[in-house]
Design a binder for this molecule. Structure first.
Ligand code: HMG
Ligand code: MG
Length: 299
């Protein structure tokens, strides 16, 4: 079995993790979280999103968060952007890169960003143009790659074609999102086989939610397919506002512990991550979902 030597972990907790919170963290708490993650060695962190605060209230004031964070050299501080207006906010906030998103499901696209898949490509055209002019790298998310809360199963051929278009349009990487956490290892294998027929392995990341507890099994499948970039959220935070029933993201601490056990380098400090996961869970008034933190606490 061949596994990568190194994995880059993209920390999405401050954005994907917190965007669904009914009682959002304050700007100061969000700043502390981003700073603690960077101190624990996180090299890519999604700090927030420049979306409509009416649609996603918990991500309001992402510009203030960007203004107040410490910027560590070598750390990528990115923001999710849905349209040109969001890009302008992101550029004013001096982001290192942006992430755009497209859905593999028409119904999810309408509920999430109020337009069809084709319209979302149109909407993103000026975003790509302006980001490239500003020399800002663009990461692309494709959501609902293994299933949609409204449509059910999604065809891997559709996922492959949309991934190809995102790369062709200029995304340096496409993150395949199992937004509602319904993927199983065989489904991941099918999706990746199709995607890799049209997109290079080095351009693909995976993004799992742990609804049924399969996220790490799915990561293992992806690693065996050569994927070496994995998204996760500290303390397993998350849930998507437009995907009812979607549970938290794959937990960063558990991912890093798993990768360490496989002998794969991440460059991350697990103790620092566990402390950060416990801290942010306390701020939210709940326990961290990290299994490794619970196990270590019992030792
Ligand atoms: P809309 O209502 O169709 O568009 O929203 P609109 O142009 O009519 O704008 C509505 C209002 O929003 C207007 O304000 C605009 O000015 C304002 P009003 O006139 O009503 O006062 N507006 C904005 N405000 C701030 N920043 C902006 C912006 N744009 C317009 N950038 C829109 C369209 C895209 C704006 C809206 O649908 C939206 O913000 N959606 C965001 C949804 C979102 O963030 N979803 C979660 C992220 S995706 C995800 O989680 C999946 C992922 O994690 C992968 C995975 O898990 O698998 C990526
Ligand atoms: Mg997600």
């Amino acid at each position: 079995m061949h596994l990568p030597n190194d994995v880059r972990v993209v920390e999405v907790g401050p954005r994907d993790g917190l965007q669904n919170e009914k009682d959002p963290l304050s700007v100061e708490q969000r700043v502390q979280l981003v700073n603690a993650l960077a101190r624990a060695g996180v090299s890519s962190v999604e700090v927030g999103s420049f979306v409509s605060p009416k649609w996603v209230p918990a991500m309001a004031a992402s510009d203030e968060v960007f203004r107040k964070i410490e910027r560590r050299p070598g750390t990528v501080y990115s923001a999710l952007v849905p349209n040109e207006r969001g890009l302008e906010g992101a550029l004013e906030s001096n982001v290192s890169e942006i992430a755009v998103f497209i859905s593999a499901s028409e119904s999810f696209s309408k509920r999430n960003i109020n337009c069809s898949i084709e319209e979302s490509f149109e909407r993103l055209k000026p975003v790509f143009d302006k980001a490239f002019k500003a020399s800002i790298p663009v990461r692309g998310y494709l959501s609902c790659v293994a299933g949609c809360p409204y449509e059910g199963a999604i065809s891997p051929a559709v996922v492959a074609e949309l991934s190809r278009r995102l790369v062709e349009t200029g995304c340096y990487e496409v993150s395949l999102g199992d937004t509602i956490g319904v993927a199983t290892p065989p489904v991941v294998a099918d999706v990746l086989d199709q995607v890799f027929s049209v997109v290079k392995v080095s351009k693909v990341a995976v993004h799992f939610h742990d609804t049924y507890g399969y996220a790490l099994a799915n990561v293992f499948q992806a690693l065996q397919h050569g994927v070496s970039v994995v998204d996760s959220a500290i303390a397993g935070l998350g849930g998507c506002p437009y995907a009812r029933g979607a549970s938290g993201n794959l937990c960063t601490e558990d991912l890093v512990h798993f990768l360490q056990d496989l002998g794969i380098n991440t460059g991350l400090d697990l103790d620092g991550l566990m402390a950060t996961g416990n801290w942010v869970s306390e701020q939210l008034g709940r326990r961290s979902l990290a299994k490794v933190s619970a196990a270590r606490a019992r030792e």
